[in-house]
Write a protein of this length. Structure first.
Length: 83
């Protein structure tokens, strides 16, 4: 139960980063720690790698689109990994 709450909290950090990424630089320790924490729970690693790359995109809309797609992949992969 505690582990599920931690996974949920880490996902919340990424959701918040997505919401703010058009307006501010969300490359911060909190986001990178959340990604690192979630990685062992993923059945597929590409969404984490794609999320990290998308953080570097200088185009606000492109960054949002790539982060959004990556986050969806992370959520699907985490759900598969904790069943």
């Amino acid at each position: 139960m505690k582990e599920l709450a931690r996974v949920s909290a880490a996902l919340d950090v990424l959701v918040d980063a997505l919401a703010r990424c058009r307006e501010e630089d969300v490359r911060n320790a909190k986001v990178f720690i959340a990604l690192e924490f979630l990685e062992p729970y993923l059945t597929e690693k590409w969404p984490i790698e794609q999320f990290r790359r998308a953080l570097e995109d200088s185009n606000e809309e492109g960054r949002w689109q790539n982060l959004n797609a990556s986050l969806n992949g992370i959520k699907l992969s985490v759900n598969s990994g904790i069943r």
